[in-house]
Design a protein around this ligand. Structure first.
Ligand SMILES: [Ca+2]
Length: 303
């Protein structure tokens, strides 16, 4: 007998309620502002931002339930290709939404150093530096203080005059990559689109990822590392929802959710924030700048 999950009720009512609460609060703020002589223009901007935020948040929630609906009612292998870029209308506000299966990405904690090295090479890091950085990443996240062949543990960070040492614990965020000895903002920005900290797997499913992953797949095939591929579990997804008001006010929301299978709480949000657009302008840490002094000359990681 084929199992058929119950499709949970969409939070449409809650979404509209949240939207109107934000509107009322915003209106109240505007009245108070007017009575106290507060700059009404600033108050108007705050109301606009509140509306955009509420619309983005509502669309993100709605998108999560659309994924659940699709997976619960569809065949075993469901295409989510049309959810990569679509629009959800919240009241009169269009919200551009994008959903990505996190199992399609390389997990920063689960990936073996060989896979990390190939990923680094794929974005243009020379082979020698890619092995060094892959070992640095592995030493940064493993709990021991035993340096890998090309790695860096506490002594190497001290030698490089780095204020901080290796974390010796799993990455909680992709931003932490910037703390890895020898990592530059440019490399971080290049590899982050391929990475997640949410799947926890040593394998990934590039078939469910964006077309840009093909170059990584080709590199992996050429290196004979085919065992790093595994089908997605269709369980963990990230959603980006960007609301734009007619007056130009924009609010982007990014969240990562897990499908629980529990109809009482079908969506569990692992992360709720804003897109990682700041990553490309991450301030280089002392560690990031010191690969040359720690590991010999490395004039350019991108050749
Ligand atoms: Ca370590």
């Amino acid at each position: 007998m084929q199992m058929r999950s119950r499709v949970p009720t969409r939070p449409g009512f809650a979404l509209i309620a949240v939207f109107w609460i934000v509107m009322v609060v915003g209106l109240f703020a505007a009245i108070v502002a007017a009575r106290t002589g507060f700059d009404i223009e600033r108050s108007g901007a705050a109301v606009s931002m509140g509306r955009a935020r509420a619309a983005a948040d509502g669309a993100a929630e709605e998108a999560a339930f659309q994924v659940i609906g699709r997976i619960s009612t569809g065949p075993a292998v469901v295409s989510l290709a049309d959810l990569v870029d679509f629009v959800i209308q919240v009241d009169d506000i269009p919200v551009r939404v994008s959903i990505v299966d996190e199992d399609s990405k390389v997990d920063l904690n689960g990936a073996q150093p060989e896979l990390l090295a190939i990923l680094l090479q794929t974005v243009g890091v020379p082979v020698g530096d890619s092995r060094t950085l892959a070992d640095h990443i592995t030493d940064f996240r493993d709990e021991d203080d035993l340096k890998r062949a090309h790695g860096a543990e506490a002594a190497e960070y001290r030698e490089a005059n780095s204020v901080a040492g290796p974390k010796n614990a799993p990455f909680d965020t992709l931003e932490e990559l910037g703390q890895v000895l020898g990592m530059t903002p440019k490399i971080v920005a290049a590899i982050v689109p391929f990475l997640t900290v949410h799947s926890g797997r040593s394998q990934f499913d590039p078939d469910t990822g964006p077309p840009e992953y093909k170059i990584l797949v080709d590199s992996i095939g050429a290196a004979g590392l085919g065992a790093v591929f595994a089908p997605s579990r269709r369980r963990i997804f990230s959603v980006t929802a960007t609301a734009e008001l007619p007056n130009g006010t924009v609010f982007p929301r990014r969240g990562v959710f897990r499908i629980t299978g529990d109809p009482r709480q079908p969506v569990y949000w692992l992360n709720w924030g804003v897109p990682d657009r700041e990553l490309s302008s991450t301030t280089p840490s002392a560690a990031s700048r010191s690969l040359t002094s720690a590991r010999g000359p490395s004039p350019a990681l991108f050749k």
